[in-house]
Design a protein around this ligand. Structure first.
Ligand code: AHM
Ligand code: MG
Length: 438
């Protein structure tokens, strides 16, 4: 009986979202029995290896997190087509008219993620010639992969043609791109509306050093409100221009607490799109047969504690003392939970965070002696992923402060990031606080 319940919740997220309190109770029971029977036959008498993880994620309990928007509830998730991303966004827009224009933006994100997924998948074919280095170095001194450049262009185009964006900043662009300014010259075809513009920040292909080996990679996107002060007059000269450009730049330098949406796409065994609009985290899976992202894990909740950590442990000797001590305790099983932790590290933030959201645990790239601010970028890696993590009931910290509250000073600013299960991250925060008070 216990086995049946675990399987029911863990392996059938489509059906477990249906609320038992609705009048569709009998339909739910039918779904439950069918799921349980199928899972039981498939699993045989053995206890499933990940039973403890699958039993705790994607639950439907009310989340204690702060909500910014109203979230739609779907009663017929068990039907054949499921809830597509397009339908989800339409329902969000009906409930939150102020987010109506976001639907268009997410239409573009939907298309871009599908196109990038296709590119990444095809990159392994000898005829594609998209693997390897571009021969260029980006502003951060990193060698750009061909796919970094291609996916950056792809995402930029997809977003700019929505007409809903004023400025965008990307890991692969030296400076934020002012779409309004560009409209006046080489890109006449861009339609920019006078109101409702957004600022998008993104990392088009995070973890691209993995891509040649076919290891999971991802796209990270954050969306802020656009400040209308950022209109660049095409006739401006010298200081006048600099001033206007500075106003535009300020649009991208907002703390994570100002984010109105964040999303990531994970290119792995399936293509996933996870998003938050400030009211829970929803994960969609690409159904390639119909070419649609279908809601597969509504209102994901990260387990409160776990026994998995995900760091580049080769840097452990150089980490901040509190971080190093906490991880050493987790290794030995002498931390707060008394559990002996296991290590899982892909080296692709999106993949590592996705697993952390579902199984629980801690993902981090802490500061160290050589790089006190770690490696990850605040604007388009740290802040959007922290928004998603917090909306799933987790925490995200530098050790000393909440990542979401840091206001970036420059576009490519780095930040130490330690995020994951609330109890485990609290242990890290406590260790930093104890070290500080010594
Ligand atoms: P990138 O944006 O240049 O791809 O770098 C970010 C990636 C993250 O996805 C990952 O967490 C980290 O770099 C891995 O770094 P390392 O190879 O030092 O472990
Ligand atoms: Mg990156």
């Amino acid at each position: 009986m216990i086995l049946l319940q675990i399987r029911l919740r863990g392996f059938s997220p489509r059906c477990d979202y249906i609320r038992l309190s609705t009048m569709k109770y009998s339909f739910v029971v039918l779904c439950a029995v069918l799921n349980a029977a199928t899972a039981f036959i498939a699993a045989g008498p053995q206890k499933p290896a990940f039973a403890s993880h699958t039993a705790t994620y994607a639950t439907i309990e009310a989340s204690p997190i702060e909500t910014k928007t109203k979230a739609p509830v779907f009663d017929e998730v068990c039907d054949t087509t499921g809830v597509t991303l397009t339908r989800f966004m339409n329902e969000v827009a009906m409930l939150n008219p102020e987010l109506r224009e976001l639907t268009t933006l997410f239409g573009a994100i939907d298309t871009a993620c599908k196109a990038i997924s296709n590119l990444v998948k095809r990159s392994q074919l000898p005829s594609s010639q998209t693997l390897g280095y571009q021969g260029e170095v980006n502003v951060q001194g990193e060698d750009q992969k061909k796919l970094d450049v291609i996916t950056n262009d792809l995402l930029k185009r997809a977003l700019r043609f929505t007409g809903r964006l004023g400025v965008l900043a990307s890991e692969e662009e030296d400076e934020p791109v002012d779409l309004i300014g560009q409209k006046k010259d080489e890109n006449q075809e861009i339609i920019i509306e006078d109101s409702g513009k957004y600022v998008a920040v993104f990392d088009p292909l995070d973890g691209s050093s993995n891509v040649d080996a076919g290891i999971p990679t991802g796209t990270i996107i954050g969306v802020y409100e656009h400040d209308d002060n950022c209109e660049i007059d095409p006739d401006c000269v010298d200081d006048d221009c600099t001033e206007q450009e500075a106003a535009c730049l300020a649009n991208t330098l907002q703390p994570g607490t100002n984010l109105i949406a964040a999303a990531y796409c994970l290119y792995s065994s399936s293509t996933f799109l996870a998003l938050t609009l400030g009211n829970g985290v929803y994960i969609f899976t690409l159904d390639e047969a119909i070419g649609e992202f279908v809601l597969s894990k509504p209102r994901v909740q990260i387990p409160r504690s776990s026994s998995i950590y995900s760091f580049n442990e080769a840097n452990l000797e150089m980490w901040d003392e509190p971080m190093r001590e906490t991880v050493l305790k987790w290794r030995e099983g002498t931390g707060k939970s008394g559990k002996k932790f296991s290590s899982r590290y892909i080296g692709s933030m999106v993949g590592d965070v996705h697993r952390t959201l579902l199984y629980g645990g801690v993902f981090g790239y802490p500061g160290d002696k050589k790089n006190p601010n770690g490696k990850l970028r605040l604007l388009y890696e740290g802040a959007p992923m922290s928004f998603i993590m917090e909306q799933a009931g987790g925490l995200s910290t530098t050790g000393k402060e909440r990542v979401m509250e840091i206001k970036p000073k420059v576009v490519h600013q780095r930040v130490p990031v330690i995020m994951g299960s609330a109890d485990d991250i609290q242990e890290v925060i406590d260790a930093y606080a104890a070290a500080e008070s010594k």
